[in-house]
Unconditional design. Sequence first.
Length: 404
Amino acid sequence: MVKTNPHFQQLDADYFFFNIEKRIASQKELYPKEHFLNLGIGDVSKPLVSSVSQAIALAAQEMSCKTTMQGYGPSQGYSFLKQAIKDHEYKTLPITPEEIFISSGTKNDTANILDIFSPKSRIALANPTYPVYRDTTVMSGRGGIKRNNGNYTRIVYLNCSEKNGFKPPFPQKPVDLVYLCSPNNPTGTALTFEECQQWVDFAQKHRIVLLFDSAYEAFITAHNVPHSIFEVPGADEVAIEFKSFSKSAGFTGLRCSYMIIPQKLRSEEGHSLWELWTRRQSTKYGGTSYPIQKGALATYTEQGQKEIREILTYYKQNASLLQEGLGSLGFKTYGGVNAPYIWVKAPKKLSSWSFFDILLEKTRIVAIPGSGFGSMGEGYMRFSAFADREAIQKALERLKDLKL
Ligand SMILES: Cc1ncc(COP(=O)(O)O)c(C=O)c1O
């Protein structure tokens, strides 16, 4: 009789978003005429820009012509896109196109990268965190057993709180891999150049590999926040970087991302991580489709850059509006400056879920309970700048009248 992967039994039931949907549905049923405002949205809300959709359509036409059709593509990505990424994102950095791997999403990349590391690797991650890092660690058998508080015995948690400005502290136990997310989901904070340097120094000293997720890099506005971990000297000996077209160019439904694995990066045994990942991809990944890579390429044309900048500016202005608006209403907020997320402390020591219910029932506003991102998220809510401007303005109006 077939047996399943026992580590899946350690996972939490995936009821968090289900619970949110259930509560919203029940309120909508009770008050069908009310207008609900969704400020929880973690997906882009603006449609694809025309330079990208046109490039995809053109590439699809190429596929239907004998002389221009493409079959299987390279599993590491087409060189036209790798070169464009090098020229635009890593122009002044010592990253080569060969060190860039095109893929179909940072979600899967940050999960799949664990394939090349020892099953015994100890993993550290922030609490609260993007849940994929935690669940994928558990699925791969590196999480250990789930404790009553929801934490796992083999995961080293880097607790983020108001005290440390929601910046992950260094692990106090030996670890092999650290997931870092900057700009951060859910707290909206970002690591400065200096803080990244400290992480690189720490990783060099303790021979750790940093898994640096920069899916929200396009939202950085501060000058002291690097746009790539490789701006930090020494990072090419200790870091793997993950970036995505999802949030920067509205590719959440198209799927295109990339990873940087420097050739210098070695394991303790001296194995090249670049070689292992190349090997892994050539076996398990068939490559991102040609039309989608052509669409991604179009984001680097002059017109593509202009169109994308307009949308990013819209989201960034939303973030400022929300952050300033919530702040002026007396809410304690974090993030929003370098990220599309605003991390809001629940007033009067309310739990995340109690605050969620109050917002939903009294103001018809939806935000995401922070406790869904880990135990340290309890007492917080994540608001998102991906909502429509009008919804944000209305929400701020409604919150003026909220009596707690
Ligand atoms: C921190 C973080 N990384 C990665 C992703 C997913 O990126 P992609 O759409 O490229 O899979 C998300 C999506 O919400 C995210 O919040």
